[in-house]
Design a protein around this ligand. Structure first.
Ligand code: PNW
Length: 485
């Protein structure tokens, strides 16, 4: 993984659209500007700063006030796509279906979209990147109440499709970013907002799966709504973004570990992707292990999932790294939900899965990426868009050292090579590649510590400075060639 690959060897197809990605709470700031309501992240980062590196995102990159220059920045990098998210509480401050909309918030996104379109940059819009309106959380627990959440999300989705969609405006939508992370990190581990699972009288044995259930059904509702009321005039499509590691067996000679690696991906990705893309029930392995902890789909839900499944336009894949999976042989803990699998970065022979980035969990393992692309393609047969991929480097606070981000450039190079091989050698259909992230931003519970940007942000002056990886991507995609997939 130490070398720079010449672009000729990458063989990136001409129709592999490249883009840059962000999320509202991580970059916007403007936390209380122009009538924006609070999301669970505004609350969490202030009430429990110790859980977010002592930092909040009231200002973040101040994108809300610097949006025009950020659009010019994206254009200067030659990116063809900009994936961003809408802050639900900015457009409906209290979030609910009967609550007033905030025209100033709507105008911000409308202006952003107009500027992107004028610059020839395709907007790809995520409706929910973890920032549930606080008022909905206070009213009924947000995604903990499936029926209420579905009704409010449908109304919010309709508002966005209506105001921002169109044949020459937004044509590609993502409902939810990484429902796994919302379910497990926000409602089981409690390392992301709202973190209420750490309070008394919460049931962490069932709530994460109830949250996942709500997100899945709210997604399917939105897909059907878009297909019926917006697709005929606007074209375009809607789907979901799912993250997931690839898992290698801890000991490849142990059939239990081989089975564990496969099962770990089913519990991570199949949990959502089976109902979304196959229109089926949760994976049988999950039903068998989780029993009554996993909610049931009603007959009506099953019908909705079945009808929505073929309407998903693409599989949005966020991918960063690979891990080893080990089948533990000691009895599982009473609250275990993984089918007793341990995740590691080192295998039974002591070999690391790959060099570590600035985050210990994120290791450079491009072969796992290629295998994951194959795994997803074989199981779901939907064109894949890489909606996030990237890494943080060591020593990026100071702009003087940050711009020379050789580690990131190599990471991106070998991960692009993995995509190229999956396309050309494994016949996987991949239609887009969006790097995480356009610029350094608020990395949730890690605050402003890890920097994922291809553009450095000085969080005192808010000055943006492209790093070498930004030019690497610009030049690589400018000179791409090869057959269309
Ligand atoms: C994604 N994991 O989160 C998010 O979509 C981004 O908002 C975030 O900034 C980015 O990745 C970098 O972390 C993830 O543990 C969080 O596998 C955790 C994992 C994966 C993605």
């Amino acid at each position: 993984t130490g070398h720079d690959l010449p672009v000729e060897e990458l063989r990136l197809p001409a129709d592999l659209a490249w883009g840059v990605a962000t999320a509202a709470y991580q970059i916007e700031g403007g936390a209380a500007q122009d009538g924006k309501g609070k999301s669970v992240w505004d609350t969490y980062s202030h009430l429990e700063p110790s859980r977010t590196n002592g930092q909040h995102a009231d200002v973040a990159c101040d994108h809300y006030n610097r949006m025009p220059e950020d659009v010019e920045l994206i254009a200067s990098l030659g990116a063809e796509v900009y994936r961003f998210s809408i802050s639900w509480a900015r457009v409906i401050p209290l979030g609910g279906r009967d609550d007033p909309v905030n025209e100033a918030g709507l105008a911000f996104y409308s202006d952003l979209i107009d500027r992107l379109v004028a610059r020839g940059i395709e907007p790809v819009v995520t409706l929910y990147h973890w920032d549930t309106p606080q008022a909905l959380y206070d009213r009924y627990g947000g995604p903990l109440d499936t029926a209420e959440f579905r009704a409010d999300f449908a109304s919010y989705a309709r508002l966005c499709f209506d105001r921002f969609g169109g044949p020459n405006r937004v044509r590609r939508w993502v409902t939810f970013n990484e429902p796994y992370i919302t379910s497990i990190f926000a409602h089981l581990n409690g390392t992301l907002a709202p973190g209420h699972c750490r309070e008394a009288n919460t049931d962490t044995k069932t709530e994460p799966w109830r949250v996942g259930h709500s997100l899945l059904l709210a997604h399917a509702d939105a897909v059907l709504l878009y297909a019926r009321d917006f697709q005929p005039a606007n074209g375009g499509d809607v789907s979901i973004v799912l993250n997931g590691h690839f898992y290698e067996p801890f000991n490849a000679a142990d059939p239990a570990d081989v089975a564990a690696a496969e099962r770990r991906m089913v519990f991570y990705i199949g949990w959502f992707a089976d109902p979304v893309f196959l229109g089926s029930d949760y994976p049988a392995e999950m039903r068998a292990y989780l029993g009554a902890r996993l909610p049931q789909f009603t007959a009506e839900d099953r019908d909705i999932l079945r009808r929505a499944a073929p309407l998903n336009g693409f599989y949005g894949m966020n991918h960063y790294s690979t891990k080893y999976a080990r089948q533990l042989k000691t009895p599982a803990a009473d609250d275990d939900w993984t089918s007793n699998i341990e995740e590691l970065s080192v295998d039974s022979e002591g070999r690391e899965i790959g060099p570590s980035s600035a985050m210990g969990w994120l290791r450079v393992a491009p072969e796992g990426f290629r295998k994951l692309l194959c795994w997803v393609w074989r199981r779901y047969r939907v064109p894949i868009i890489i909606t996030e991929n990237g890494c943080p480097c060591v020593g990026e606070d100071d702009v003087a050292t940050a711009v020379d981000d050789t580690f990131r450039r190599r990471y991106l190079g070998v991960y692009l090579d993995a995509i190229s091989r999956a396309i050309h050698e494994d016949e996987v259909v991949v239609k887009g590649y969006y790097v995480w992230s356009l610029m350094d931003n608020y990395e949730w519970s890690a605050g402003y510590g890890p920097r994922y940007g291809i553009v450095h942000v000085d969080f005192k002056t808010l000055k943006r400075t492209p790093k070498n990886s930004a030019f690497y991507l610009r030049d690589t995609f400018k000179r791409r060639r090869g057959v269309s997939s």
